[in-house]
Design a protein around this ligand. Structure first.
Ligand SMILES: O=C(O)CCC(=O)C(=O)O
Ligand SMILES: [Fe+2]
Length: 323
């Protein structure tokens, strides 16, 4: 942690690992084990880390951000066509508590057809270049999410439960814009929260703004922007599965200056209609059950109950057990 208000998150090099590589290759195993240890330490201490990954070259990154900027220049009627089957993945904008924030979501963006449906809605004449760029980008981020999830399950000797939990996961890519605040307007881009889902891979481009808190501390620390680093965060649901073995960090977005900010996140979320609960091996005398089993769909309905204040740890308030 620096005196300049920045936090130095661990930087883990994933570029050595390729999702499609033979998992038995000696070289791969060595890297895998060393990265796994770093992942565990970071997720316990900070709840997150920064990752350099292969497969998202600077040109692809630039192209994707170019597309996001184009997207937000579209008229509101067009952006509003981005509706989602779940309640909060479609277009969001003009919200009274968060006036700077706009977001759009693409469900299952590693499926080419899903991205094409989105780009065809936004650009009725089609936009194959943007469609391909977003698709390749999302596919790569999902591969990284799967690797991290596999490592986490291996760490806790839960390999036999991995596939079942992969099956419980769905993805959404969110493309976000935070407009620069006007004079005398709030600087708050996004309120303090822990992500409720399983895992999030975040990327900020050109304009910083992401801040996190260390466990049990009050001070907000800025996450340094780096074009080729992704911030990977544990969500509260992962911690439900692991019965609290990791930490889901509180974070927020603060704007400064007069430049709009664009960011991007792949959220790994639980599918709706399934019971989410601690893996049985994670619960014993020393580790009493911390969360009641829950369904993500019911939880989302609870989140959107009119008049509810915004919870920092929403899953914990919904189904946390206190002793
Ligand atoms: O825009 C960012 O950097 C963070 C976004 C975020 O935390 C979220 O959407 O949950
Ligand atoms: Fe978040």
């Amino acid at each position: 942690m620096g005196s300049d208000g920045y936090i130095q998150l661990p930087v883990i090099d994933f570029s050595m690992l390729n999702y499609n590589q033979n998992p038995e290759a000696t070289n791969h195993l060595l890297h895998w084990d060393s990265i796994k240890t770093q992942v565990l330490e970071s997720l316990q201490k900070y709840g997150c880390f920064q990752a350099s990954i292969d497969g998202v070259p600077p040109e692809l990154n630039e192209a994707v951000y170019g597309a996001i900027k184009q997207l937000y220049e579209l008229p509101l009627e067009v952006k509003s066509k981005n509706v989602s089957t779940t309640m909060f993945n479609g277009y969001i904008g003009n919200s009274t508590p968060l006036p700077l924030y706009e977001s759009m979501g693409i469900d299952e963006p590693y499926v080419h057809q899903q991205v094409e449906n989105f780009t065809n809605l936004m650009w009725p004449q089609g936009n194959p270049q943007v469609c391909n760029d977003i698709h390749i980008y999302s596919k790569k981020l999902r591969e990284v999410e799967l690797m991290v999830k596999k490592m986490v399950f291996e760490i806790f000797d839960l390999e036999k439960h991995l596939n079942e939990h992969i099956e419980l996961t769905t993805y959404v890519l969110k493309l976000m814009k935070y407009r620069a605040p006007k004079p005398n307007e709030t600087y708050l881009g996004l309120h303090p929260h822990a992500d409720a889902g399983i895992m999030t891979i975040l990327h900020q481009n050109e304009v910083e703004g992401l801040e996190i808190q260390m466990k049990d501390e009050e001070e907000w620390l800025k996450v340094k922007l780096s074009p080729n680093l992704f911030t990977i965060m544990a969500g509260e649901t992962l911690n439900v599965w692991l019965n609290g073995r990791l930490h889901a960090p509180l974070h927020r977005v603060m704007l400064k200056g007069n430049t709009d900010r664009f960011s991007l996140a792949l959220f790994a979320l639980p599918k709706i209609g399934y019971t989410l609960k601690a893996v049985e091996e994670m619960v014993d005398e020393e580790h009493p059950l911390l969360f009641k089993p829950f369904d993500y769909g019911e939880f989302v309905k609870f989140l959107f109950t009119v008049g509810r204040p915004i919870d920092k740890f929403a899953v914990k308030s919904y189904c946390g057990i206190s002793y």
